[in-house]
Ligand binder design. Structure first.
Ligand SMILES: C[S@@+](CC[C@H](N)C(=O)[O-])C[C@H]1O[C@@H](n2cnc3c(N)ncnc32)[C@H](O)[C@@H]1O
Length: 222
């Protein structure tokens, strides 16, 4: 369960979007109350420089900053319209910045931790691995990579995951530019993290009706 302070931080993060266009506001509210971002936040170090890849409108980055003033946060996303909305939400907050950036073709800056929330399934597996390798290049040995993702399983939760994403893309909320999604099995994900240079622990997200998991990865020695 998230503590009262994380809930308050999430409410403050959402409030930052009160002047955003209606569609973005609706999306951010949906993300805030359906995605269990508070659980993800708990696994991100409370101090240091955190880079979020595929930050979208920036809600999770705002939550990271709202819940600890000892974090500096950079959010990167290739969608310039989302980054504009994220920048308006950040305003002139110290230590919270958003830039247009692609996690497949660009290396993140050196940092203390990387976070990726609900992004990888939009990318073919070879590109997912490229993103993980890029994250590894930005981290020192032992530093964390926190990934919220969904797994392919023989489970009704997986069917619901796929259906929900089809609806989200159909309504225009998620633009991956592709006609299908790429959910790895647990074994495929573990092998991908290993090849990219990470040790992996997996945390289930039972509050979610989908096949969501948290991949808690640590940079292996080079
Ligand atoms: C479902 S949204 C999640 C956004 C945000 N992480 C959140 O939790 O609200 C997926 C995001 O992945 C971004 N994305 C797609 N391809 C990407 C890439 N190659 N590099 C970085 N981000 C990408 C999209 O622009 C979109 O904002």
């Amino acid at each position: 369960m998230p503590g009262a302070s994380t809930t308050a931080a999430l409410n403050r993060a959402v409030h930052r979007y009160s002047h955003a266009p209606l569609a973005a506001r609706a999306f951010v509210h949906g993300r805030a109350f359906l995605s269990d971002l508070a659980l993800v936040e708990r696994y991100v170090p409370r101090k240091g420089y955190v880079v979020e890849l595929g930050c979208g409108h920036g809600l999770f980055a705002c939550l990271l900053r709202e819940s600890s003033e000892n974090r500096r946060v950079l959010g990167l996303d290739p969608d310039a319209r989302k980054i504009e909305i994220a920048r308006q939400a950040a305003g002139d907050t110290d230590g919270l910045r958003f830039e247009v950036g692609d996690a497949v073709s660009g290396l993140p800056p050196r940092c203390d931790a990387v976070a990726i929330v609900d992004v990888l399934y939009l990318l073919p597996f070879a590109e997912q691995e490229r993103v993980l390798r890029n994250a590894a290049a930005a981290l020192v040995e032992g530093a964390p990579l926190v990934v919220k993702a969904q797994e392919r399983r023989a489970d009704p939760r997986y069917a619901l995951t796929y259906a929900q994403e089809l609806v989200s893309v159909g309504l225009g909320f998620t633009k991956g530019g592709r006609s299908r999604f790429f959910f790895p099995s647990r074994d495929e994900a573990a092998a991908m993290f290993d090849r990219a240079g990470f040790r992996l622990d997996v945390v289930e997200m039972p509050k979610r009706p989908y096949s969501d998991v948290l991949y808690l990865a640590r940079r292996k020695p080079v």
